[in-house]
Design a protein around this ligand. Sequence first.
Ligand code: S3P
Length: 732
Amino acid sequence: MAVIGLGLIGGSLAKACKSRGLVATVVGADARAGDLAQGLAAGVIDEAASIRDAVTGADLVVVAVPVKATRAVLEQVRPWLHADALLTDVGSTKVSFVQAVAAVFGQVGPKVIPGHPIAGSERSGIQAATGDLFDRHKVILTPQAHTDSDGLAKLTRLWEGCGATVLTMTAAYHDEVLAATSHLPHLIAFSLVDTLAGEDQNMDIFRYAAGGFRDFTRIAASDPVMWHDIFLSNRQAVLRVIDHFNADLQQLRTAIATEDGARLLKVFTRAKAAREHFSKMLSGQSYVTDMNQKQVTFHMQPGGRVSGDIRVPGDKSMSHRSIMLGALADGVTEVTGFLEGEDSLATIQAFRDMGVTIEGPDKGQVRIHGVGIDGLAAPRGPIYLGNSGTGMRLFAGLLAAQAFDSELTGDASLTSRPMNRVASPLRAMGAVIDTAEGGRPPLKISGGQKLTGIHYDMPVASAQVKSCLLLAGLYAEGMTSVTEPAPTRDHTERMLAGFGCHVHRDGATASVTGGSRLTATTIDVPADISSAAFFMVAATIAPDSELTLRHVGMNPTRVGIINILRLMGADIEVSNERDMGGEPVADLTVRSAQLKGIEIPEDQVPLAIDEFPVLFIAAACAEGETVLRGAEELRVKESDRIQVMADGLATLGVTTTVTPDGIVIPGGQTIGGGRVHSHSDHRIAMSFAVASLRATGHIEINDCANVATSFPDFVELAKRTGFQIREDVSGS
Ligand code: S3P
């Protein structure tokens, strides 16, 4: 390997490759004889040479000089570069490298693979080089369509050997991303320090400068020559983001000048929330693309009795809807009991991205400064909804009617879920929506369409589809009506009424007429019956148990879990029934009971649709056989919940028979120990945690990070009520 330029990056790469034995020989070349000698003396390189000698016979040539010096160095490399040798670089701009190669070589051959390790530091030079600079950092490679795939694989392995994670993208995209995330912040830091240094009282200003100034301007100590090169090489992309930043800064200036506190609050809360949202993604590194870095494993010791008096977190369905309707209302909506889970937080973030000021959540309290039915602003980029199917389907309806274009994306599980069920009827209303193959996300929605009300007979009983169409119907001309094949949760209808918008109900048909406005209100979100379900089954199957669950939402379209458990013989006492803003609420006391197997009535399936994973655990503990039919929808939830549960149960020694639309579970089987995969599905993970109460051995449940999507306090509450649970968290 020839490394030309032994600065911080070149030196560190040489050192990492040499010390980890990734290449046979590292030959260094540098115009600065002193640095070259220092590199040799410090063991960073094996040999010091001229460019000519370093490149001759090298299999890999790494150009690690300041961006503006690249072309001159490439001129010196060209005569000696072997036809089979890989040529790469480490510069911060990639289009300029491609252009320099094309100018010098007449083309960009398949062995040229531009690279950029995102691992700089404000320190520079060979003396700062370390062999672990790239550990847990990202390296972006920008191959072309004709790039040699073996060469790309080799270079990828080399960087991975240095501890880095390799991403690929086009050179142009790289330059856009880096202009925003790296180049602009450096420019602002240089500029701010320079501005203050030019003030008359500069010594005083610096003397009194506090931590904020130090943190913010640390990068102004970076290498001036390198940054001068970067800005001149990435001019167009940098100019675009400077203009954008200037315009936003100007708006803040105006807000201060005109004492527009609301505008300041809006920008600051949005920025604070965005920073928190993205710090998960940043996780201490410079650039990350996926969110699920964290590996969470539950370790369950067998047995235990369940007792106590608890309130599980707020209802997920209502939490999403409270934000959506609050954002579209006129006035300020106050929400209490909001679920601070990742799914509903993603909904908050989405509205912030569309210009809505939302304060909180703070211990379940949220204040939404509604912008009115036509007040949403275009988001700057795709809206990321994480794991949330409800989010994506409801947003599809709402965004189909907006004046602006939008794109909805999510994590791997959400990306595999069917979206034609909403895209098709929305298209019938006049929406223009593109999906990926097979109707999967991302959804690309073209704004500015005029929607017209339709009547839709839903082929599947889905509250998400119904709600999506009702939301679109708020904007459509005329009436939009939806008939459901079986009753599904009606939170959208109830909550719309609370915002002053009447939803007409005629048997199985719900309808709205477009053109009405929503008026802000207050919403008390009850505890989620779907989260309470885990504890209902837990207290039922664990011996000598008695548990009280407070303030549980008892909407008749959600109580299938109670109906089914009671049919199986559960002891569930309902008390203190009351109405909270249009939604029934009650306290539940659950005591241990010997369950019996049943044929689950099909009309209960949509009313307990999210509770089947834990009901399967109850069935395994029952006497006799439990049969579920008419539940094919379970196969397209966060995972294929029929198969994934059957697989997990099989691991624990419980035999079941899977059918296309359900499962048969013979009861009275011994639940053993073992390692179960939750397939990143929150409800699968929590169901097997419940199974441990009756298991005979230790159960390890993998991939539990997504429990935080719906039940952030699960482990804490499980421990408090008697589960023997330990959580292992690894990764960042
Ligand atoms: C939900 C509806 C249900 C449910 C989901 C939440 C909602 O999905 O499974 O967890 O909030 O509308 P389907 O509409 O797909 O049945």
